[in-house]
Design a protein around this ligand. Sequence first.
Ligand SMILES: Nc1nc2c(ncn2[C@@H]2O[C@H](COP(=O)(O)OP(=O)(O)O)[C@@H](O)[C@H]2O)c(=O)[nH]1
Ligand SMILES: [Mg+2]
Length: 249
Amino acid sequence: MNPIVIIPTYNEIENIESIIEVIMGLPVAFDLLVVDDNSPDGTAEVVKKMQAKYPNRLFLEQREGKLGLGTAYIHGFQWALAREYEFICEMDADFSHNPNDLVRLYEACAKQGYDLAIGSRYVKGINVVNWSIERILISYFASLYVKFITGLPINDATAGFKCYRRKVLETINLNKIRFIGYAFQIEMKFLTWKFGFKIIEIPIIFTDRTKGKSKMSIAIFREAFFGVFQIKIQSLFQRYIPQDASIAK
Ligand SMILES: Nc1nc2c(ncn2[C@@H]2O[C@H](COP(=O)(O)OP(=O)(O)O)[C@@H](O)[C@H]2O)c(=O)[nH]1
Ligand SMILES: [Mg+2]
């Protein structure tokens, strides 16, 4: 079974065809699921057209409207879990994440035995190209803030470029995750860590999109800012039984 990549899209008509082509041409064969939120620009129609070229490898899930990145991923994870995928990756459609790095993320899990590999901008210094200095600082200090409040030992807490081993997504109660923006990415990492899964940060270079528009908003920033407290407080009332330990008992 190939690993699968999930890409959520909202108005990515300028990027979708080329991102699909690059992923389909990688040296490791990845399946690809696009979760589109009824993009008015016709992103889904492009995917449908390309399915003829890549039958059995390119899939599309269409939701009725813009419901947010977090729920798009949950939809995609559940779709992948309902099938036999062992390695489930996620990335953006806008080429901020270099598709070639997918292979390194996947191999960290498949060959080195990690349960979650994170494409990280902040392993050594700051590897971000073309972002405004404000956005870099917000993102960098957001990770320090998350570490300070929750103890999460990860340098790039909001990263959205990842590869999960199936059992991580089976263990986390996906139905309970309510966040939609960066808070979603933070909570997924937090829970993966709390359950005792093996995590690695792989250094990547993140490049801002050159085509299409960012959907980052003040509301998403606010959700993350307050969400970190919510994640921490919820965790005080939660027991995390490590997967392996529960099998051993
Ligand atoms: N399905 C879906 N995808 C979304 C939504 N919001 C953002 N995206 C996608 O999520 C990815 C990251 O979004 P982007 O706007 O680049 O965020 P930024 O990189 O933080 O500025 C892109 O592939 C977007 O098309 C949403 O509400 N629904
Ligand atoms: Mg982006």
